[in-house]
Design a protein. Structure first.
Length: 150
């Protein structure tokens, strides 16, 4: 009788653990959920300048993407390719990454690549808000991309 009670208790415990151990969001392929082309606006925080812009996100693996932006900002070509981490929290995807890029200022190449950091959110409806911070030689330039998945 005692052995039967212990066996039933162990089976019931295993069954309960099976239902509570997994969270669907932990198993989700976060990168695949945000892959695509996003169209919107780039707002330069230090100046009242708004540009139409497009960002493309491609999947590297389940938790990593590459964010690409090829635009002209304030007359300068900005070609950024940033490998980024993807997480899920509070019903939105969080994208963060760091990279560098070579830039020209008025046609003259800056001698060293400048650091770039990317952080932003993409909701489940495809609305993206992404901050791109560029450490230019004269200080920091921050642009904010607000757009929607196409």
């Amino acid at each position: 009788m005692k052995r039967k009670l212990i066996s039933m208790t162990m089976c019931l415990s295993a069954l309960c653990m099976g239902f509570t151990a997994c969270n669907d969001k932990d198993d989700e392929n976060h990168a695949q959920a945000i892959v695509g082309t996003y169209s919107g606006n780039l707002l330069i925080e230090s100046a009242p300048i708004v540009n139409d812009a497009r960002i493309t996100i491609t999947r590297d693996d389940d938790r990593h993407v590459t964010l690409k932006m090829n635009e002209t900002v304030m007359g300068m070509p900005v070609n950024i390719e940033c490998k980024s981490d993807v997480a899920y929290s509070n019903n939105q995807y969080l994208v963060t990454g760091k990279t560098t890029f070579n830039m020209d200022v008025e046609g003259v190449p800056v001698p060293v690549p400048v650091p770039v950091s990317v952080d932003g959110t993409i909701d489940r409806n495809g609305k993206a808000s992404i901050r791109i911070n560029v450490e230019i030689p004269t200080g920091a330039l921050t642009v904010v991309f607000d757009g929607k998945k196409q």
